[in-house]
Design a protein around this ligand. Structure first.
Ligand code: MLC
Ligand code: AMP
Length: 480
């Protein structure tokens, strides 16, 4: 059962979003039961979709759990989503209702409800099986607008069980993170994890290394972060011994959502005398592999398959590739946490998952004889991971082209010490067109969201093209 842990928790187990409200798990459960009753009294029924502004706030937990109790399918909304992307997500997922306070400038025409903290002791639908959808998470592809990945209750429950076993994660733990609550990492692992296992969680509203160190010093036993966060923590640890000691304190530092560089592993090992455990996942599959709590991490490797997960490598024709550290192939995954499909996009679902249930991740990796996986890159350069956020080059290019002064645009991810990759755009202006780089950055931030904004823009007279007229991105160089 997905939220089994919440039924038997006691008030010592805290849910904290470091702002206005601290709740214990008993209050989250009662508030959520109240919310579920309210949703059902409004005429919503199991399976209906409901969007939820995923503010880093305790009420997000109440809304999410209440929706699960009522069997509603939550579409979390990024509070800093751009106007155009918001219209896409709401149009594509057609929720019956939008829950929570809309951020300034993000009005919409759908019915909406504020979340409030009520009290109830019943309201949970007990009859919903593992195949019932729980979440629709929007995720970018190489081209086009993001697609909604439908995750079921079973997908989530099995994944959290497997992670609990991999990390010896129990209700005695106290998790700390500062991740956003609209993606797998912060939402499924960082929020539903503690709520289903019954352990304490503190969600910091924004990532500040000092605030993280303070929490690590006093109570946190586990930290979840993306590599950009570990990079910033490593920087601080190198210059400040007190800081390094704080990083050495929790029993587990977990990194995921993008590769953690060898340099960061080494710097944290040197400064704090400890290792970082990596795990590897995708929105569509949840977490696939993890370095186990009792094992010494091998930098560059993301661990073995979780319980119930099968892994294999395939070549360009999707034929199984040979095993061994020397063999490289696309990573494929099969198991109980592979998603139900993309909302309303059967063709895209069929392209990503074969009839035998294998999901093609697009990641390139090698599998050691002992089952450990190393992720070495991606099949397409048109998917960018920046600060742990996945961004499609195509969506940014399309957005730039929609600007009246822009004639053509090409977007690439360039290596970046802090963000892993930074979004860089090459732009050809319309004859007589006037736009500055800052204006175009603001244009993308406003339309799609600040996470998708280019960090650098270079104006060129023409884009390099091959004989077929296709832009040759490989020849584009980093702006100087
Ligand atoms: C800056 N800002 C702008 C702007 N420039 N806003 C509008 N226009 C502009 N031109 C604002 C931003 O909105 C933000 O405001 C603030 O400035 C800083 O933004 P930033 O530059 O994006 O922050 P940054 O320091 O780069 O953030 C680093 C980070 C962040 C690590 C904290 O990238 C992050 O939270 N990453 C986590 C991503 C994640 O969770 N991925 C998981 C995917 S699931 P404000 O208001 O926001 O402060 C997955 C599966 C798996 O991958 O395996 O886990
Ligand atoms: P998303 O679609 O945002 O869920 O991102 C999934 C992608 O993040 C994967 O396909 C990988 O490219 C990347 N990723 C996640 N975890 C890791 C990791 N530990 N190491 C390398 N890449 C990772």
């Amino acid at each position: 059962m997905l939220l089994e842990g919440l039924r038997s928790v006691h008030a010592a187990h805290r849910f904290v979003a470091t702002d206005k409200l601290t709740l214990d798990h008993v209050s989250v459960r009662r508030g959520a039961l109240h919310h579920a009753q309210r949703m059902l009294s409004l005429g919503l029924r199991a399976g209906d979709r409901v969007a939820l502004w995923a503010h880093p706030h305790a009420m997000t937990a109440v809304g999410l759990v209440g929706n699960l109790y009522a069997g509603l399918v939550t579409v979390p909304l990024n509070p800093s989503v751009g106007t155009r992307e918001l219209a896409h997500v709401l149009g594509d997922s057609s929720p019956s209702l939008v829950l929570g306070e809309a951020p300034p400038g993000r009005a919409h025409a759908l019915p909406s409800e504020e979340l409030s903290l009520g009290y109830a002791t019943e309201g949970e639908r007990e009859d919903l099986g593992d195949a019932h959808p729980a979440l629709v998470l929007y995720t970018s592809g190489t081209t086009g607008a993001p697609k909604g990945a439908v995750l079921t209750r079973g997908n989530i429950a099995r994944n959290l069980q497997a992670l609990a076993s991999a990390w010896d994660w129990t209700r005695e733990d106290s998790l700390l993170h500062a991740l956003p609550l609209f993606h797998v990492h912060g939402l499924v692992l960082g929020l539903l994890g503690p709520l289903s296992l019954g352990c304490s969680v503190t969600i910091q509203q924004r990532f500040e290394p000092e605030a993280v160190a303070t929490a690590l010093r006093s109570y946190a036993t586990m930290l979840f972060g993306v590599p950009t966060m570990y990079h910033r923590l490593a920087e601080k640890s190198v210059e400040d011994k007190r800081f390094a000691r704080a990083l050495g304190r929790p029993r587990l530092l977990v990194s995921g959502s993008a590769p953690l560089g060898l340099r960061e592993h080494q710097r944290i090992a040197d400064a704090a005398g400890r290792a970082v455990h990596e795990r590897y996942g995708l929105t569509e599959t949840l977490i696939n592999t993890a370095v186990r709590a009792g094992e010494a991490p091998r930098p560059g490797w993301v661990g073995r398959a979780l319980d119930g997960v099968e892994l294999r490598l395939v070549d360009d024709q999707r034929r199984p590739a040979g095993p061994g550290e020397g063999s490289l192939g696309e990573v494929c995954v099969r198991g109980p946490s592979v998603f139900q499909g993309y909302l309303g996009r059967d063709e895209a679902t069929l392209a990503a998952r074969d009839p035998d249930g294998w999901f093609f991740t697009g990641d390139l990796g090698c599998l050691a004889e002992d089952g450990n996986l190393r992720v070495v890159g991606r099949r397409s350069t048109d998917l960018i991971k920046t600060g742990g956020f996945k961004v499609g080059a195509g969506e940014v290019e399309e957005c730039l082209r929609a600007h009246p002064s822009v004639r053509e645009a090409a977007v690439l991810g360039l290596p970046d010490e802090d963000l892993g990759e930074r979004i860089a755009a090459w732009v050809v202006l319309e004859p007589g067109g006037h736009a500055t780089g800052d204006e175009l950055v603001a244009h993308v931030a406003d339309a799609l969201g600040p996470q998708k904004r280019p960090r650098q823009v270079r104006f060129v007279d023409a884009l390099p093209r091959n004989a077929m007229g296709k832009v040759v991105k490989a020849t584009l160089k980093a702006p100087t």
